[in-house]
Design a protein around this ligand. Structure first.
Ligand code: ACM
Length: 677
């Protein structure tokens, strides 16, 4: 018997409450397009076997085997089946049926249908890529009860809303070894994303072995670059998971590292050294010289062979034109060619590059700066400076990706990214124009991340972006998302992602192996400075330490977020719910007594001194919180002059220390306002 009628979210919004409930239980992320929960369950035991049908390609067999291992590792069940290969049995408890091998290309079919009942699991898909998306759903569906592990009976029909769902990883500002990329590719696959946008070159590093121009990687990378064998290994690893790898070579600006070996293509004579600082730099390729284009022709010929994806990203962002303006040859070139400004000059440069890329059968992608009135229509625009460029591009017939609002390096909360939709009614696009919006990408810029902390900046927030790009547009319940995200996040650890375990490791290092609990109590309620304030608070370089409290602290700290929600609810309900009041008090007790414990640790761990006053402020505001709760209970008002003193303390507590900020001051301000009125 079916307990829930078929729910097509897009059509039956009134069912969304029911839907949300079942999804919490099911913990699916991203939410499938269509799901029908049925009575019954498939029980997992050690006789469990899987079979693949219809695929000649090894890829799906490997994916099935990985699924089997993940199930085994989670459950501790000793399955008898070892590897699933084309020679394996074509029948089993779990049948995966596909029609053809998918291509690792934009617009490939990623849909799948999943049926689970008491006897069988069956997953069918047009392509093996769709089947792999379905395997992630199966892994998410597994539940446990007193009888053991099981999959609830369901019927799911699923397909992505947008065809391009990517994560940019900047490996240039900070070097990221192969294993960092691989484990994040596993995360990308778990979130049903399908593009790794590999930001390979920057002022601070050139990260690809280049055989035609070897001084690029030899002199531009400090020895930290991927060999071509490693590049192929990563592309294969991604393809095995149905993920495209699009390389970015950011030009004409953001290019200092190229000129260390080849200053002759720059707009100023040099010499150049690898940049160590962050920011917008002046060096840029010389667009006025024929040799520059000969260089790029040979360069992109080699890179087009190395990277099989149809698309190559040429960057194009933040070229400030300073070195162009200072070069007389370039100025003369502009006059001779009737080029009125640097925008037009960059547009000229882009057109020359487009010809080169097209010669090697590649399509061009660039940041929104490359969109000029006369830009050719077959380029893809990546919108980062504002949504206007996305709408403008789509209205003018350019394919476009959204990254504005998906800058996960800026430490903004998950719900901010989650609710940022690439395609909304108010954009006022025709159905034809809407088709130009291909999807979006989260961007992991690497100024402030190292291999140790990058996972904590990417995950789990990127999964919320993945849902925005995969699930129907009206799946927007923030609380429900946070619930599911927690499960998603912890399961990422089975893929060796380090966002959770490195938190505790870093706290251990910070406390010099003293007990970490008092530090965690503090760090759980602080976050790094957001947006661009961090880089403004002090100078950081490539070789700065990224091991401080700022680096251990994460975006969207759960304890702080839940405390804010608790206070919000408590006050909205009239501030008399005793259970909520008790919960709030428990937070204040914990924070108030924490400081004296942390001080003992700071004593022997000088790296923590920068947050000592922050810890003291947490104590102060918690004592204030208790005072306000007492006043509330006693039905007393806070006297105006006491209220002013409290305001001053609360305001001071908001100040950043060591580039982190307390995230629980605002609810106490709200409590004060409530008690004062
Ligand atoms: C960018 O963030 N400069 C694309």
């Amino acid at each position: 018997m079916r307990t829930l009628v078929q729910i097509v979210i897009a059509l039956f919004v009134t069912f969304s409450y029911l839907y949300a409930e079942s999804t919490v239980k099911l913990n699916l992320l991203p939410v499938p397009k269509q799901i029908e929960l049925e009575e019954g369950a498939f029980r997992l035991n050690e006789d469990f076997t899987m079979a693949v049908r219809g695929s000649e390609n090894q890829r799906l067999y490997r994916a099935a085997t990985r699924t089997l291992r993940r199930l085994s590792n989670r459950t501790g069940l000793f399955f008898s089946q070892d590897f699933i290969t084309p020679q394996s049995e074509k029948t089993g408890d779990f049948i995966i049926q596909v029609n053809r091998t998918g291509q690792i290309k934009l617009h490939e079919d990623e849909s799948y249908t999943l049926d689970i009942n008491n006897e069988q699991i069956s997953l069918s898909a047009e392509t093996d890529i769709g089947a792999m998306r379905g395997l992630e759903t199966v892994l998410q569906l597994m539940q446990a009860d007193a009888e053991g592990y099981y999959f609830p009976s369901v019927h799911i029909e699923d397909a992505p809303r947008f065809p391009w769902r990517g994560l940019l990883i900047d490996v240039a500002r900070h070097w990221m070894p192969v294993e960092v990329i691989k484990r994040n590719l596993d995360g990308i696959a778990a979130a049903k994303m399908n593009v790794l946008h590999w930001h390979l070159t920057e002022d601070q590093g050139f990260r690809v072995e280049c055989k035609t121009f070897p001084k690029l990687h030899e002199l531009g990378s400090d020895g930290f670059y991927y060999t071509q064998a490693q590049i192929k290994e990563i592309i294969d690893y991604a393809a095995d998971r149905g993920i495209r790898v699009m390389p970015e070579f950011d030009i004409p600006g953001h290019s200092t590292s190229w000129f260390v070996g080849y200053p002759e293509y720059a707009s100023q004579p040099g010499p150049y050294t690898v940049e160590r600082k962050w920011g917008i730099m002046d060096p840029a390729f010389n667009p006025a010289r024929a040799e520059t284009y000969e260089f790029f022709d040979a360069f992109f010929k080699e890179m087009s062979d190395l990277f099989p994806d149809d698309y190559i990203h040429i960057g194009g962002d933040e070229n400030n034109g300073i070195h162009w303006d200072a070069n007389e040859e370039i100025q003369q070139f502009k006059r001779d060619n009737n080029i009125k400004d640097n925008h037009e000059l960059q547009s000229y440069f882009n057109k020359r590059l487009l010809n080169i890329l097209q010669k090697y059968d590649k399509k061009m992608v660039g940041w929104d700066e490359i969109l000029q009135p006369d830009s050719p229509k077959d380029i893809v625009i990546q919108s980062w400076r504002g949504k206007e460029s996305l709408i403008h591009a789509a209205k003018n017939g350019y394919q476009v990706l959204l990254s504005n609002g998906y800058y996960i390096d800026l430490i903004q909360p998950t719900d901010y990214h989650y609710l940022n939709d690439p395609l909304t009614e108010d954009m006022d696009l025709t159905p034809e124009q809407a088709q130009f919006i291909l999807g979006g990408e989260a961007t992991m810029w690497a100024e402030f991340v190292t291999p140790e902390i990058i996972d904590s900046r990417i995950w789990p927030r990127t999964a919320a972006i993945a849902e925005r790009l995969w699930s129907p547009g009206d799946v927007r319940d923030v609380e429900n998302m946070y619930d599911r995200l927690e499960t998603f996040s912890f399961r990422l650890e089975e893929l060796a992602l380090q966002h959770e375990k490195n938190y505790l490791m870093m706290l251990r290092r910070l406390t010099n192996n003293r007990p970490t609990e008092p530090l965690q109590t503090l760090v759980d309620v602080v976050e790094p400075l957001k947006i661009y304030r961090r880089g403004q608070a002090r100078e950081f370089t490539q070789h700065s330490p990224y091991t401080r409290v700022m680096d251990a602290a994460r975006a969207d700290q759960k304890v702080a977020r839940e405390f804010r929600a608790l206070m919000e609810q408590f006050l909205a309900d009239g501030a008399h719910n005793p259970e909520m009041a008790e919960k709030i008090r428990q937070h204040f007790y914990l924070w108030a007594k924490n400081h004296s414990q942390l001080v003992d640790i700071i004593e022997v761990s000088p790296i923590l001194r920068e947050i000592e006053s922050l810890s003291e402020d947490l104590q102060k505001i918690s004592l204030i919180g208790l005072e306000l709760m007492d006043a509330l209970t006693a039905g007393e008002k806070i006297a105006p002059d006491r209220g002013e003193d409290i305001s001053t303390v609360l305001k001071a507590a908001k100040k950043q220390r060591g580039q982190v900020e307390l995230q629980v001051v605002e609810p106490i301000e709200k409590l004060l306002a409530y008690v004062s009125k």
